[in-house]
Ligand binder design. Structure first.
Ligand code: F7E
Length: 323
């Protein structure tokens, strides 16, 4: 029997990598996208004709129900979100609506649909924010530091609550930062690799950034979507932290990225701009993924240096193609 999966936010980095993985596993894949404005299929152009795109919106309850009926999925992955933390201070209400209530709307649609569908919610290390414990595990108390983190925490708890209240197969994957060549340009990693590629090709003089001291636990997105899938293949639903356990600062990311173009001292190529600092910062994130390693048999496969190299090389190739 062919398994059917519905992915919200299919055009995002994670959505597109997950669609690639599920196609490899012979799933019929349905990708939900918002088609209100111009199409954004940069990450999914290669999937046209291979997956079914469905037009719906996490802020529109009826559209979600229509999507469910059309896809009739065995698994739903809720990866749709306003995913840029920095922007969440500018649009806190919309962030709450999409990232928080959007999850509730899918759960309500699933409850109404009343078939045995497994549900994955994209929870995030941003829920740990101030990091009450380092490294953070599934039992660490939450302390979000942005409207984004607060909205995601609502989604996390409502997913658990529906699991306990309505006996639904709901899983939360608490994923720490993960990046790839498909990352949006506004996120710090891709902003750096794109900037390094431009500097290398003589197209840009400087990269303007915010806080260089922030530390993140960075993994490679294609490794992380494997964990998402594994969480739904278990007999019982549970929540899992997915992380490398290693933490590096933005400075260390810069070291690795500039190393790809043989620049050791990057100080003249990097500036700071107050616009890129956040009203409240998450200083450090590090995750303890022992449970996922033991129960799911998951582990990160791609090293930090390999990931940064791939991203820089890809940006150089893309920019050369554009010229
Ligand atoms: O910031 C600092 C910034 O925007 C990382 C999302 O996937 O991961 C991501 O959220 C750090 C922060 O990602 C710039 O202050 C310095 O400390 O790349 P980011 P994020 O906020 O960690 C989590 C797990 C998610 O769930 C999110 O959806 O880098 N930083 N200078 C900068 N950040 C940006 N964006 N731009 C700068 O110029």
């Amino acid at each position: 029997m062919t398994k059917r999966a519905l992915i919200t936010g299919v055009n995002g980095m994670d959505g597109s990598h997950l669609a690639d993985l599920l196609l490899e596993k012979d799933y019929a894949v349905f990708g939900m996208e918002r088609r209100a404005s111009a199409k954004n299929r940069r990450n999914t152009a290669h999937l046209e004709g291979k997956i079914t795109f469905l037009s719906a919106d996490l802020t529109d309850q009826n559209s979600l129900m229509r999507c469910l009926k059309e896809a009739d999925p065995h698994e739903v992955y809720n990866l749709g979100a306003m995913s840029f933390v920095g922007e969440s201070w500018n649009t806190p209400e919309n962030t709450g609506d999409v990232n928080g209530l959007g999850c509730l709307r899918i759960l309500e649609a699933l409850r109404e649909y009343n078939r045995p569908v497994k549900f994955y919610q994209a929870s995030t290390s941003e829920m740990f924010g101030k990091m009450i414990e380092n490294p953070a595990s599934e039992s660490t108390p939450f302390y979000p530091r942005s409207p984004y983190g607060v909205a995601k925490l609502y989604a996390h708890w409502i997913t658990k609550n529906y699991r306990e209240s309505h006996d639904m197969f709901n899983v939360c994957g608490i994923l720490f930062n993960h990046e790839s060549e498909r990352r949006g340009i506004e996120f710090v990693t891709r902003k750096i690799t794109d900037g390094v590629a431009r500097i290398h090709l003589g197209l840009q003089d400087k990269i303007m950034l915010g806080n260089l001291e922030a530390k993140r636990d960075w993994g490679y997105a294609p490794d992380y979507v494997k964990a998402m899938w594994l969480t739904l293949q278990q007999d019982t639903p549970d929540d899992y932290v997915i992380a490398t356990g290693e933490t590096r600062s933005i400075r260390e990311f810069l070291d690795a990225a500039f190393d790809c173009i043989d620049i050791e001292d990057w100080s003249e190529y990097v500036g700071q701009d107050p616009r890129f600092f956040r009203p409240a910062e998450v200083d450090v994130l590090r995750g303890d993924s022992s449970k996922a390693r033991e129960v799911l048999g998951w582990k990160p496969e791609t090293s930090f240096d390999d990931m940064v190299h791939r991203m820089v090389e890809n940006d150089i190739t893309l920019l050369r193609g554009n010229r």
